[in-house]
Design a protein around this ligand. Structure first.
Ligand code: ASC
Length: 154
């Protein structure tokens, strides 16, 4: 095999792998799968945010390393749920308000706000100052709540 052919076929194989992997990550076979996915992501995010929030409000003993580790995970996972709000997933086992799909830009902006606050919480948690963490937990919680008030059914 010539070197040129090898390079070409490796490039082709790489592109093919991406073409297969990308849609697999971005799509769901059924709306119900998307609903399950986003709920799972919210559950994991809430678990790890909740540990930091628990430390901020004194329900869990403050441990700077645990706060930083959990904030890091919550921040990472905060990127995930929104891929699950696909067309057709307004119906089913979900508390999502149907208006999400008629005002998707506003919904995305609210999601983005939460993600930004989570990034700030992550920075605060790495800093290890409990008062700064408390303030950031408050701001992040407000962003969670704003979205729940507008876009989650009781
Ligand atoms: C949490 C959690 C949420 C938010 C929200 C803030 O710990 O699980 O969904 O905070 O309750 O108002």
């Amino acid at each position: 095999m010539t070197r040129r052919f090898t390079t070409l076929s490796m490039t082709a194989a790489g592109l093919l792998a991406c073409a297969i992997a990308l849609p697999a990550a971005a799509q769901f076979a059924k709306p119900e799968d998307a609903i399950k996915y986003r709920k799972a992501a919210f559950t994991v995010m809430a678990r790890h945010f909740g540990i930091v929030a628990g430390m901020a409000n004194g329900k869990i003993p403050f441990d700077a390393k645990a706060a930083a580790d959990n904030a890091e995970i919550a921040t990472m996972v905060s990127k995930l749920p929104y891929a699950g709000f696909v067309e057709g997933s307004d119906k089913g086992d979900t508390k999502a308000e149907p208006k999400i799909w008629t005002e998707m830009d506003k919904f995305r902006a609210a999601a983005s706000k939460m993600q930004d606050e989570m990034v700030k919480l992550n920075v605060a948690a790495k800093g290890g100052n409990i008062d700064t963490i408390k303030a950031a937990v408050g701001d992040t919680g407000k962003a969670c709540k704003a979205c729940h008030d507008n876009y989650r059914k009781e």
